[in-house]
Write a protein that binds this ligand. Sequence first.
Ligand SMILES: Nc1ncnc2c1ncn2[C@@H]1O[C@H](COP(=O)(O)OP(=O)(O)OP(=O)(O)O)[C@@H](O)[C@H]1O
Length: 357
Amino acid sequence: MSLLSVQDLHVRYRTRRGVLHAVDGVSFELAPGETLGLVGESGCGKSSLGKAVMRLLEPHSGSVRLEDLDITHLSPSELRPHRKRFQMVFQDPGGSLDPRQRISKLLQTPLALHKLGTVAERKARVQELMQQVGLRPDMAERLPHEFSGGQRQRIAIARALALHPQLIVCDEPVSALDVSLQAQILNLLADLQRTHGMAYLFISHDLSVVQHVADRVAVMYLGRIVELASRAEIWRRPAHPYTRALIGAIPVLDPRRVRIADKPMLQGDLPNPFQPPAGCSFHTRCPHAVALCRERTPALEEIAPGHTVACHLRDALAGRPEPAGQTGQVVHFMRRQAPAHAALPAGAAAARAAHTP
Ligand SMILES: Nc1ncnc2c1ncn2[C@@H]1O[C@H](COP(=O)(O)OP(=O)(O)OP(=O)(O)O)[C@@H](O)[C@H]1O
């Protein structure tokens, strides 16, 4: 059984400019212990989807199920006992921590709210959580401003972990961090997943980050998932022109020539979300668009087991070789982070060594 099942989810905002369909019929499943990466440009609806899954905002329609529990319409009090099963980590670690609250108090609060353990047991759990996220237990008596950005994100992760969740929605968890810290936090999330077995819905605008952590990748454009496949399949056979543009936009290290090759960026801006284009919403930026794309919205259809694409031209495009070097893109991310311990594929390690002055 899926851990998380999202079916035909819609999120709408009523604004003075009209009704905005931020999430427009999204469906996906997430297995226990799996990481689903959700990627797309700023404004495509990733955070709205993440918050609707967390029930931090009310979906307009559709359903969100956690195992056998339909949480879509639970009231706050009905939801409360289940909150410990799903937690969220936000982009801005500073903003999500109360500046006046010591970390020990902050980490004990969810335990106290859920009436878990005695006072002594909660204190012991704080020490354990600090260790699990790579911080010294004695640092728990400090205030948030005494920590660096990377350390604050570790604390936010510790808080999310406190109640042994089955699912953590990570909304741009490394976007606010220097590139040198990003790999450390991504590695920490991966280590914690290996130890504790929780699933992640990992939201990022950066495909190279998503490719680093996700088992499967969902590509979102103007409120809809336009392509969903395993990480390897997205890399090897990207079929939607938007996915191909995102991949092409990642600067890569070409392992043969040992140079950074910049690929063309995505053309144009995201259309006005209040007036999305008719037909395929990507057609206004798509280099392959034909008349049909302007007329009819393509449905998500399977082109290979587990690989679904919403594009009228999916079969033709999936077969085309991608211009960007495939291993090169992953290498590029690893290289940018440059952690001494990062595991590089053998060829990539050689390329990196050759590139280092
Ligand atoms: N509270 C709100 N009221 C009105 N419109 C909103 C609200 N929150 C988000 N939006 C709009 O909904 C759309 C989707 O926003 P959302 O934040 O979900 O996208 P995103 O992909 O997560 O982008 P970002 O990474 O910039 O947050 C955008 O057009 C945004 O302006």
